[in-house]
Design a protein around this ligand. Structure first.
Ligand code: PEP
Ligand code: MN
Length: 341
């Protein structure tokens, strides 16, 4: 069960509820968010019989929630969450396309790709400055220099920036440059990292872990939300299966399933989901038809020379073709594709 305090609840209001619950023998967990405080109640709920917490000052609602994820659940909030990224909306019918290379490799590469993905209709530029690579000998990213290059591209184009954060110690640094933080698939259950991004005032894209169930994924979102950050965007990026033809198996079923379980927006990354550039276009279009709230697509000016994920990267020309079909399908599906003002 959780007790949701209203936005105007005072410290005394919160203390009163906590005291009452403690007297009744419950343990409590306080989540002090930017907007409101949520009190998680642990213990035998039969002890509550007759104790009407709802009437206490500052209490908005008391919710028995059956799922292990509470704040991420439809039970907590029926209407879809619309995440606002500096005026760009994601969720609840609002759709954004995020595109750019796997990794920030150079200033020239990013400035070129930024202009091209913008011209094709993307609103958010992606690019990793910290790369979680399978091999320690692979390119690990340009780190802060990469973040500065992304910020320069934003200055020049007006595109927003999404970039991955891999370490709790660099969350503050990445926040100085990024508009959206990305938690990668490998870190979906890095709970210490999740608790750090929970404390910041930036939206978070939470990628599905390589072998995570929907429930595990929503529990990871719960970590971020219970720590106070409600602006979570889930990203389906393919899971590990027995199939080896593709890099991962893109589970588009996740889109309608997560929409039925949660109010959070769900976007799709067909680049990591398939690992092959030829499959990105059909799966991107399918993701829109399945009801996704956005796309995350890898685009490189010269995929053959890419320092990471070249085989799944689109050329800017192929990305422009993909955008045409995405626009067509989005129109049929009644979704608004975001544009830069
Ligand atoms: C990426 O977006 O470049 C990335 C590393 O993705 P994932 O965490 O889904 O593998
Ligand atoms: Mn990549």
């Amino acid at each position: 069960m959780i007790v949701v305090m209203n936005q105007g609840a005072t410290k005394e209001d919160i203390e009163r509820v906590v005291d009452k619950l403690t007297q009744l023998g419950f343990r409590v967990h306080l989540s002090e968010g930017v907007e409101r405080t949520i009190i998680g109640v642990i213990g035998d709920e039969r002890q509550l019989a007759g104790a009407s917490l709802e009437v206490l000052p500052g209490v908005e609602k008391v919710m028995p929630i059956l799922q292990p994820y509470k704040l991420a659940s439809k039970g907590f909030k029926e209407e879809p969450t619309v995440v606002d990224v500096g005026g760009l909306k994601i969720g609840g019918g609002h759709f954004q396309v995020m595109a750019g290379p796997c990794a920030v490799e150079s200033r020239e590469q990013i400035l070129e790709v930024a202009e091209k993905v913008k011209a094709a209709g993307a609103t958010i530029l992606r690019g990793g400055a910290y790369k979680p690579r399978t091999s320690p000998y692979s390119f690990q990213g340009l780190e802060e220099e990469g973040l500065k290059i992304l910020a320069e591209a934003r200055e020049r184009t007006g595109l927003k920036i999404v970039t991955e954060v891999v370490d709790p110690r660099t969350v503050e640094l990445v926040c100085r440059y990024a508009d959206i933080l990305q938690i990668g698939a490998r870190n979906m259950q890095n709970f210490f990292l999740l608790k750090e991004v929970a404390k910041v005032d930036k939206p978070v894209i939470l990628k599905r872990g390589l072998s995570a169930t929907y429930e595990e994924w929503l529990m990871a979102a719960e970590y971020i939300m219970s720590g106070g950050n409600y602006n979570v965007i889930l990203c389906e990026r393919g899971i590990r299966t027995f199939e080896t033809h593709t890099r991962n198996t893109l589970d588009l079923t996740a889109v309608p399933v997560i929409h039925s379980l949660s109010h959070l927006p769900v976007i799709v990354d067909p680049s990591h989901g398939t690992g092959k550039w030829q499959l990105v276009h059909p799966m991107a279009v399918a993701a829109v038809a399945a009801g996704a709230d956005g796309l995350l697509i890898e685009v490189h000016p010269n995929p053959a020379e890419a320092m990471s994920d070249g085989p799944q990267s689109l050329t800017p020309e192929n990305f422009a073709r993909l955008m045409e079909d995405v626009r067509n399908i989005a129109q049929v599906m009644g979704r608004k594709i975001g544009t830069l003002q």
